[in-house]
Design a binder for this molecule. Structure first.
Ligand code: VGL
Length: 215
C-alpha cells in the first residue's frame, strides 16, 4: 500500500483571525506539522480554496451568511487569506490542488494541480495572473489523476473544515476507490453538531476514524 496525506484547506481565512475563522484552525496546522515531522508518507498534498467568483457560495452583498451554504468572502485567489497558515510546515508538501475558482469547491477532488508543481515549497510568486486564473496550468491533473500517477491507494485526511471540505474530500475519496482514514485529532469543524454528524457519515461510507498517535 502507498499512502498519501491530504491536508485540506489549512488557510489563513479558516484559522483564527481569518474571515471564516474555524476555532482550533491554527492548532490544527501546528499539529499537522508535528505529524509531518514524525511520519513518512509516500506523498503529501494540500488543497486550497481558491475563489475568484464562486457565485452564491459567498453571501450576497449586505446579506447575512447562513454558515451552512453561504459564507463570508474567504480565500479569494492571491490574497493573504488564501495563503496556507504559517503554522503549517510546507517543506514536505509535494503538490497543491486549487479548487473553487467559480464554484463552492468543497471537495479536494475538484482541485487541480497548482502551478508550479511544488507551489507550497516557497515558490508561490509564480501563481499566475492577477485574477488567479493562470494559477492552474492548462491540462493540470486533478487530485485523483495525480494520486494515481503517484501509485497511491490509501489516503490520510486532515485539515479544515470537518463538516464541509474534509467531509466532501473524504466522501469523494471513498467514491473514487481509495482507502480513507480521517485523522480525528487533526481536523477542525465549523459547527460541533454538524462535525459529529459528518464524522458518522464518513464512517458509514467506509472511512476509518483514527487518532494520529495511533498511526
Ligand atoms: C469550507 C466553508 C466554506 C471548508 C470552505 O474549507 O471546509 N468551509 N468554504
Amino acid at each position: 500500500m502507498s499512502r498519501a496525506l491530504i491536508i485540506v484547506d489549512v488557510q489563513n481565512d479558516f484559522c483564527e483571525g481569518g474571515s471564516l475563522a474555524v476555532s482550533g484552525g491554527a492548532a490544527t496546522a501546528e499539529a499537522i506539522s508535528e505529524l509531518l515531522a514524525e511520519t513518512d508518507f509516500d506523498a503529501v498534498a494540500t488543497t486550497r480554496d481558491w475563489h475568484i467568483d464562486p457565485g452564491n457560495h459567498f453571501a450576497a452583498e449586505g446579506a447575512e451568511p447562513d454558515y451552512v451554504k453561504t459564507w463570508p468572502a474567504h480565500c479569494v485567489a492571491r490574497t493573504p487569506g488564501a495563503e496556507l497558515h504559517e503554522n503549517l510546515e510546507t517543506e514536505d508538501i509535494d503538490a497543491e490542488f486549487l479548487k473553487g475558482m467559480y464554484t463552492d469547491g468543497y471537495s479536494g477532488f475538484e482541485g487541480r494541480l497548482g502551478s508550479p508543481d511544488a507551489v507550497p515549497s516557497g515558490k508561490r510568486e509564480n501563481m499566475g495572473a492577477d485574477d488567479g486564473s493562470a494559477a492552474i496550468a492548462e491540462n493540470a491533473p486533478d487530485l485523483d489523476e495525480w494520486l494515481r500517477a503517484e501509485g497511491i491507494d490509501e489516503l490520510y485526511v486532515a485539515g479544515i473544515a470537518t463538516d464541509h471540505c474534509v467531509r466532501a474530500t473524504v466522501l469523494d475519496g471513498l467514491e473514487a476507490g481509495y482507502e480513507v482514514t480521517v485523522l480525528t485529532d487533526l481536523i477542525a469543524g465549523v459547527d460541533e453538531t454538524a462535525s459529529a454528524e459528518a464524522l458518522d457519515e464518513m464512517a458509514d461510507a467506509g472511512a476509518q476514524l483514527m487518532d494520529s498517535q495511533d498511526l
